[in-house]
Design a protein around this ligand. Structure first.
Ligand SMILES: Nc1ncnc2c1ncn2[C@@H]1O[C@H](COP(=O)(O)OP(=O)(O)O)[C@@H](O)[C@H]1O
Ligand SMILES: [Mg+2]
Length: 323
């Protein structure tokens, strides 16, 4: 089995990966760090699934930054096709060149008598117009051509059509792309591949089998506090513990949209901006729109918010003052 990437000392163990990502502000749980390590060592794409806002996309970005490799991102959407994902011919340039070479082409076809003969003469020049000069590589192909390798992020792959998976599988199985007019382009160095999915649609079995699977859920409180500490260092330890506890309380409610890590971070930033150093119910009420995105969720929380604030602050040093 090929283990070429293990030669890279930055990927020598899950602990080294976790440390490296943490230096850049990305806090990886042991299971995330292990998955990255194994994915790199086995050269298997990493399929990261989970709710929105838990750090799936950010993981790929942090990884690229950590490895000092370019991040090549393919954002998936309905209708994404080969021309946008893999490559297309520079049609405009081809047309322009044909225009500019009009006289030359006329010279070439001058001696021909029939349309078939003229076509045959032009056909013989195909490879001039279907050469690398006229090829527009899109992210999947680009990621194979980066000297020194890249990190390829196929983001929100569940938004693309099921047929797109077949194309992905083809590229990710052999890390090569066959272009009928040009031949096969093989990766100079295999990219590290991260696919993300919010599970709007289930991935097919074949793609799942090809990938190493990682489910990224909302973090536990200790991990989320570390994330807030890394992202919002101005937030005091007490406020951090209280706001994370409050968010964890919210996630136990039956809300239409549970606040994710991104909302926790935004909320921490908001509270710091308001010079808060501990939670209080009026402060929570005034800033709830940072955490909750639907009016019905906000109304539900208004009924239970005071209790959640009290619970979040219960073990804190100023608990009595809040009751
Ligand atoms: N483990 C983490 N460490 C640091 N920041 C994180 C972590 N998880 C999430 N975040 C932050 O949360 C935000 C949302 O993350 P993102 O990767 O866009 O979510 P997803 O792709 O899962 O929807 C980002 O701004 C990121 O900085
Ligand atoms: Mg994302």
């Amino acid at each position: 089995m090929s283990v070429s990437l293990q030669k890279d000392s930055r990927l020598a163990s899950p602990a080294i990966v976790a440390e490296g990502l943490e230096r850049l502000g990305y806090i990886a749980s042991p299971s995330v760090a292990t998955s990255v390590y194994v994915s790199a060592a086995l050269e298997k794409p990493l399929l990261v699934e989970g709710p929105a806002g838990v750090g799936k996309t950010e993981l790929a970005k942090a990884l690229a930054q950590y490895l000092q490799k370019p991040l090549i991102r393919l954002q998936c959407y309905e209708g994404l096709d080969e021309a946008r994902a893999l490559y297309e011919w520079k049609y405009g340039k081809q047309l322009l060149y044909v225009q500019l070479l009009k006289d030359k082409i006329a010279e070439l076809t001058a001696g021909t008598k029939t349309l078939e003969q003229a076509l045959a003469v032009i056909h013989a020049q195909d490879e001039l117009f279907f050469s690398r000069d006229f090829l527009e590589p899109r992210p999947l192909l680009q990621s194979l051509q980066v000297p020194g390798g890249a990190v390829l992020l196929v983001d929100e792959v569940d938004k693309a059509d099921p047929e797109f998976e077949a194309l992905l599988l083809e590229v990710l199985s052999d890390f090569q792309v066959s272009i009928p007019e040009l031949g096969t382009i093989v990766a100079t160095e295999k990219p590290l591949v991260v696919l993300t999915s919010n599970r709007v649609r289930e991935m097919g079995d074949a793609l799942r089998r090809r990938c190493l699977h990682l489910y990224l859920n909302f973090p536990d409180a200790a991990l989320e506090e570390r994330i807030v500490a890394a992202q919002v260092p101005q937030c005091t330890a007490r406020l951090r513990a209280q706001l994370v506890a409050f968010v964890h309380g919210l996630r136990k409610l039956d809300l239409r949209k549970l606040p994710a890590v991104s909302e926790t971070i935004d909320w921490a930033r908001t509270l710091v901006l308001l010079h808060a150093d501990q939670l209080a119910w009026d402060l929570v009420q005034d800033t709830l729109n940072v955490l909750l995105k639907f009016q019905e969720d906000a109304e539900q929380v208004h009924h239970q918010g005071l209790r959640l604030v009290q619970e979040a602050c219960r073990d804190g040093p100023h608990a009595a003052a809040l009751r």
